[in-house]
Design a protein around this ligand. Structure first.
Ligand code: SAH
Ligand code: SF4
Ligand code: F3S
Length: 447
């Protein structure tokens, strides 16, 4: 009864963008639950709506503007509703100008999550619109924030924040600040706690995990961290994302090969296959380097899956440059790829380059790339039909009602029929069928 009387109302969080935001939304949920808010799945019932936004492409921002319009209509019916906008869009001045006109009550930066309670209280008292962005360099990592994690068997764990790479197309270094690594003992303590709560798998998160540890006194690099996490009692699987090809060291490849808990899946963004474009992108490697690294990964880690990110239609990308990207896709044979049309981000270096390509050219190149990549993914998946795969059962499938969804060590989704009691377990399944994005299997007879 007592707890109920402290209820402030209900909240709803809308999350856009990458795993960093998914993780930040868990923290935001923890923070507002600590204030007495209760989660509602229904937007129109919420007293507090938090947008955790992404700026990586124009389309990501547009989704938010569209939804803000819808929420503004709800606010007309319920004027006490509070609308807060955080995440990467909040960091950008041109976006903040536009948000001012959209009935947004609170804007808070990517390094100001912990200040949300004060902002809400202040807004409730004064009725004023508030903006809180940390702009003087970077704040110390706030490591002990509350968090209400998504339920499941797998959890995200930040190991570093920010990015120093300034790839010429990318807004992330401007929205997330400079690279900062968390202390290894804080990471280890968080993972131990997650295992106590029943999680089986962790995904270590950073924009460039390969440079983990720089600037720390601990003298621990990413390969060392992987070995340390592998030693934690009870951990079943370790994943990480994302790796930068420039910093993919032999030591790291050997560690992934040798540590049985570390899954055989590496996400290493290629972005483009032409050396001229890679240079304009400020990526710091050549196609030859990328090929050499991925070949070494395949040699050292049998059965490894390599996934990637690719951008088509970067300013000045010629037909020949684009053919170089297709050529690399054929050579590396990615298990999966996230493919994007270049999207101009104001304030980045690439925005001021000449020869931006028309939408139609970018769209056509994306279609051509996807067609090639999907055919390769399908071939690889079909080659697995008949094999036995070790999977971690994650829960009920969202697409195949009544079936379970699981993941192989190589990050492939396997759908199969089985009892609920298997959720959270690692079992063997036999693969019966394959499509571009999933596998379908049967439980192996357990005797
Ligand atoms: N730090 C990660 C990438 C984070 S952003 C890494 O470097 O691996 C995720 C992906 O979005 C990038 O890898 C890139 O492929 C894509 N991306 C970033 N900026 C973009 C832009 N301006 N237009 C199109 N795609 C972009
Ligand atoms: Fe963006 Fe490059 Fe940093 Fe990745 S490494 S977040 S693409 S600047
Ligand atoms: Fe988007 Fe920010 Fe992630 S721009 S991709 S939410 S770091």
């Amino acid at each position: 009864m007592e707890a109920r009387s402290e209820t402030r109302g209900s909240y709803h969080i809308l999350t856009y963008g990458c795993q960093m935001n998914v993780r930040d939304s868990e923290i935001l949920a923890g923070i507002v639950e600590g204030m007495g808010y209760i989660m509602t799945p229904h937007l129109d019932e919420a007293d507090l709506i938090i947008f955790n936004t992404c700026s990586v492409r124009h389309s990501a921002e547009n989704k938010v503007y569209g939804k803000l319009g819808e929420v503004a209509r709800l606010k007309r019916k319920n004027p006490d509703m509070i609308i807060a906008v955080g995440g990467c869009m909040a960091q950008l001045e041109n976006v903040r100008k536009r948000l001012k006109k959209q009935q947004v009550d609170i804007v808070f930066g990517t390094q100001n999550l912990d200040e949300l309670p004060q902002l809400i209280a202040e807004h409730q008292q004064s009725g004023r619109n508030l903006v809180k962005i940390y702009e003087e360099g970077d704040r110390e990592i706030a490591d002990n924030l509350p968090s209400s994690r998504n339920k499941g068997v797998s959890a995200f764990v930040n190991i570093m924040y920010g990015c120093n790479n300034f790839c010429s197309y990318c807004i992330v270094p401007y929205t997330r600040g400079r690279e900062r690594s968390r202390q290894p003992d804080h990471i280890m303590a968080e993972i131990r706690d997650l295992l106590r709560q029943g999680y089986k798998e962790v995904t270590l998160l950073g924009q460039n995990v390969n440079s983990y540890g720089k600037g720390l006194e601990a003298g621990v690099d990413f390969a060392d961290l992987l070995s340390m996490v592998s030693r934690i009692d009870g951990i079943e699987r370790i994943r990480f994302t994302t790796s930068h090809p420039r910093d993919m060291s032999d030591k790291l490849i050997d560690t992934i090969a040798q540590e049985p808990k570390v899954c055989e899946h590496i996400h290493v963004a290629m972005q483009a296959g032409s050396n001229r474009i890679l240079q304009l992108m400020n990526r710091g490697y050549t196609r030859e380097h990328y090929l050499e690294r991925t070949q070494r990964i395949r040699e050292k880690i049998p059965g490894v899956a390599i996934s990637t990110d690719i951008i088509v239609g970067f300013p000045g990308e010629s037909e020949e440059d684009f053919q170089d990207t297709l050529d690399m896709v054929r050579k590396v044979r990615f298990d999966s790829a996230f493919t994007f049309m270049y999207s101009v981000r104001s304030g980045t270096k690439a925005a001021s380059l000449d020869h931006h390509l028309p939408l139609e050219v970018r769209r056509q190149r994306l279609l051509t790339l996807n067609e090639l990549q999907y055919s390769i993914a399908l071939e690889i998946n079909q080659s697995l039909v008949g094999s036995t795969q070790e999977v971690l059962v994650e829960g009920w499938s969202k697409t195949d009602k009544g079936k379970l969804s699981s993941r192989t060590r190589t990050n492939r989704i396997v759908i199969f029929s089985g009892p609920e009691t298997l959720i959270g377990k690692i079992i063997n399944v036999k693969i019966k069928e394959a499509t571009t994005f999933s596998l379908f299997g049967e439980i192996m007879q357990v005797d």
